[in-house]
Design a protein around this ligand. Structure first.
Ligand code: FAD
Length: 495
């Protein structure tokens, strides 16, 4: 890691003065000199990378002290649970940081052919095995985030300020425009930096974001919230095998499915020959985190393979539970008025039930929306806040529908029914799921959609439609290979 770029609070900021008095004024409001991002999760890192193309300097303020090694950190409490990056998200990361796929592979990330090396159990059977055009990467969240962070830290216009927490937004005298952020050292130590000025402030503060409070403190309306809570829970443990395992796949997913199949599990091979094993419970059927309870829950899964495997593996971590995973959306797109030069992105705007592994990929895609908005922005940054928050919706809508479709069934509350069209759609998707378990063409098309490589409209193309709606039992083994390119580690630009 480049230590020049990842600093605790830089010396110049350590006095109890605004930056302008330290000779580092960014002339707030003068255009595109300094952008500041709050939070160094995937949303913050990808937004910051985009901002380097539009601003002279980019500062990322992070409350955690960032680790040198790829290890779990407190500011991302979900970081020790399974984190899959979808191919759509990886494609954006590769665009932003050319060669990052190869970096991840060099650091031990595991290539997984999604048709032949990923097993899926659902609707009482294993999905057909086939050579897919799609090969994904499996890695822990700390490895993925640490690799991207390292690449960003090497950028000459980027500075990380770590171990300090943003406590609010500074504005111009009229209170209409953000001009920077207020800070305190974690725990509010004396001598902490009071503020940093910036022309644009981007909050990527995650699911526990305090942005709504910051806005109301400034007299701006807080966004309304939508919550769809299927009450999901994870319990995760890391294992290792003393002997190479006797199977040739790298991912096993026993998928929960409303309304009956509450329990599921995922087993994924990641770097350093580790296997992350997660139990999933839906509808409040939370998996236990004690040894006996964990195994007992695993024994009740619809297929015995998961428990048989983990019983023969060596646990190398504690069992860690996680429950705060409801779908939650803050509607920044329809605020009556906006604090200019202030944007919100990532889980601070939309946080999904992670069962579909969409969060990091949507964050990366949303950063490209920011790029697009900045390219279209003429003159100063007035109007950018409203435009960006509205444009963001086009990235969020499809993953939101996917994540909440099932969870509305688990929520099972009066008044949450989606209407006739949505119910019809759900019935069709259920038929697609049934068909893909035995039909490789449907399975391949579903993978392309699920990996966020193509629009969900792909599931309505004639080849999928026909295979889905005809009477079952006449499987077609060979998939039609999708147009999107394969991830090829040997090629210079795999995506
Ligand atoms: C159990 C679980 C499993 C998941 N699995 C997957 C998966 O398989 N695939 C996937 O794509 N997504 C998954 N997600 C979602 C994923 O974690 C997020 O979508 C993703 O991390 C993007 O979030 P972010 O960058 O917006 O926020 P975060 O990753 O939460 O980062 C927010 C950052 O902001 C910092 N911060 C917050 N407030 C302040 C402040 N005031 N001052 C300074 N710094 C601050 C935090 O320390 C943190 O570093 C999962 C989530 C959960 C809960």
């Amino acid at each position: 890691m480049n230590q020049n770029q990842i600093q605790l609070v830089p010396e110049s900021l350590m006095q109890d003065k605004p930056m302008a008095e330290n000779g580092l004024s960014y002339h707030a409001g003068s255009g595109r000199r300094h952008a500041l991002v709050i939070g160094s999760g995937i949303a913050g890192l990808t937004a910051a990378r985009v901002l380097t193309d539009h601003f002279d300097r980019v500062t990322i303020v992070e409350r955690d002290v960032l680790p040198e090694e790829p290890v779990y950190r407190k500011g991302v409490p979900q970081g020790n649970q399974i984190h899959a990056i979808l191919l759509g998200g990886l494609r954006v990361l590769e665009q932003q940081f050319p060669g990052v796929t190869a970096d991840l592979q060099a650091a031990g990330a595991v290539s997984v052919n999604l048709g032949s090396e990923a097993r899926l159990y659902m609707l009482g059977r294993w999905r057909v095995r086939f050579p897919s055009a799609y090969t994904a990467l499996a890695a822990t969240r700390p490895l993925l985030e640490g690799t991207v962070r390292q690449r960003l830290a090497a950028h000459p216009r980027v500075t990380f300020v770590q171990g300090v927490e943003v406590t609010g937004i500074c504005t111009n005298e009229a209170g209409t425009q953000a001009t920077g952020v207020k800070l305190r050292g974690r725990g509010g130590e004396a001598g902490a930096v009071p503020q940093i000025e910036a022309d644009l402030v981007v909050a990527a503060t995650g699911r526990g974001s305090r942005v709504p409070e910051w806005l109301t403190e400034l007299g701006f309306p807080a966004p309304r919230e939508t919550v769809v809570d299927g009450k999901p829970g994870y319990a995760t443990r890391v294992y290792r095998f003393s002997q190479p395992p006797a199977f040739d796949w790298k991912v096993m997913y026993l998928q929960p499915l409303a309304p009956d199949q509450r329990r599921g599990a995922i087993l994924v091979k990641v770097e350093d020959d580790q296997w992350q094993a997660s139990l999933i419970g839906m509808g409040g059927d939370y998996p236990p985190t004690d040894e006996e309870g964990f195994l007992e829950f695993a024994r009740t899964l619809p297929a015995p393979d998961f428990v048989n495997i983990i019983q023969n593996a060596e646990p190398i971590s504690q069992i860690r539970g996680y429950r705060r995973m409801e779908n939650r959306r803050w509607h920044y797109e329809d605020l009556p008025h906006y604090l200019e030069n202030f944007l919100v992105c990532g889980d601070a705007v939309y946080a999904f039930n992670p069962a579909y592994g969409q969060g990091m990929s949507v964050a990366a895609m949303a950063s490209m929306k920011l790029d697009n908005c900045l390219r279209r922005q003429k003159g100063d940054l007035t109007g950018l806040a409203a435009r960006f928050q509205k444009d963001l919706m086009s990235v969020i809508e499809a993953p939101w529908q996917l994540a909440t479709g099932q969870d509305r069934d688990w929520q099972n509350e009066p008044g949450t029914s989606n209407g006739r069209m949505a119910r019809l759609m759900q019935r069709y998707i259920r038929r697609v799921l049934e068909a893909m378990m035995h039909d490789a063409t449907v399975a391949e098309a579903f993978l392309a959609v699920q990996q966020m490589l193509v629009s969900p409209v792909r599931l309505f193309y004639p080849d999928v439609l026909w295979r889905t709606l005809r009477p079952h039992g006449r499987a077609v083994a060979q998939p039609r290979v999708e147009a999107s390119p394969r991830l090829n580690p040997a090629s210079k630009s795999p995506l």
